[in-house]
Design a protein around this ligand. Sequence first.
Ligand code: GLU
Length: 368
Amino acid sequence: MSLKNSKTIVIKIGSSLLVDENKKIRKKWLLSFAKDIQKLKSKNKKIIIVSSGAIALGCIKMKYNKKNLKLDKSQAVASIGQIELMNLFSNTFSKYKLNISQILLTLEDTEERRRSLNAKRTFENLFNIDFIPVVNENDTIATTEIKYGDNDRLASRVAQITNADTLVLLSDVDGLYTKNPKIFKDAKIIKKVENFNEDLKNINLKGNNEFGSGGMSTKIEAAKICQLSGCDMIIANGLYLNPIDKVIKKNNCTLFISKVSKLDARKKWIISSISPKGELVIDEGAKKALRNGKSLLAAGIKKVNGKFNKGDHIKVLDKSNKECARGLSSFSSNEIGKILGHHSKEIEKILGYTAKAEVVHKDDMVEI
Ligand code: GLU
């Protein structure tokens, strides 16, 4: 879907667009970006902005060097910089009579179903009263283990939760290249990605990783989440003035086309989980059953990896360890360790209490 036809658009901007190499805030650029947003809004589009920059702006205020910051200090700096960031947005966007609001999310807010639904409702209510949500990770409380750490994947999860049509990742490169264009002269931009395995087969991601603020690998991860949840994704160079207008007019970017997704909202949420807690390795018979839309039973499970609780996200792997489904487990890893290989009728006797017959119910599972 082109940006012109998209009704809900999530736009992610990286710190390098807001702050230049000399640590000066790019006010003129932000004003031109606000103008782009006003144009989109005049066409009745719902816009969400995911903006980095809390740490970068906090460092400018405190005269700290971002590179030397330890996690606990960066949390404090983010707390200082987040206000700077929102003031900057508020002052700039008000020039175009655009109302903005702030949403700070943690990994758990998107990974836990109830919390993700709460976030969805807040986004919808803000749309209803014509406010533009500006999202960032809640860096002040996120620790390494429970952190997105990059706003690329956070933005893709926001796009999935809000059922957006397109996610635009504005960064400081024109798009995805076959190699790192800063090193290799023969690097070519890939204009369109429809099939991940085919189209990305010959890409040297290692070299590509070194450029772009969040790196290319998190952008590819974001694209995978978008593709599965039926949202197109664009990687484009946002350094120019009026960056969105440029993307629409020049089309010099990489477009990841999503699969036409027939999944309902809950299943889209399941498939785009960021942090599955464990894995179940299944046999060929169970794999066939999954292909036919059946639930996963204990009898077809060969092995359980990782520690997880009932209700947690898990990956289902076939005997060659290839992911074939993703779902929510009805049992803990401990329980599965005891019942795997057994007939469903034996579960009650083994565990000593009544439990579900399916380890992953078909309604809680998405085949890949
Ligand atoms: N949340 C971080 C910040 O606002 C940025 C993360 C990223 O650059 O992707 O500073």
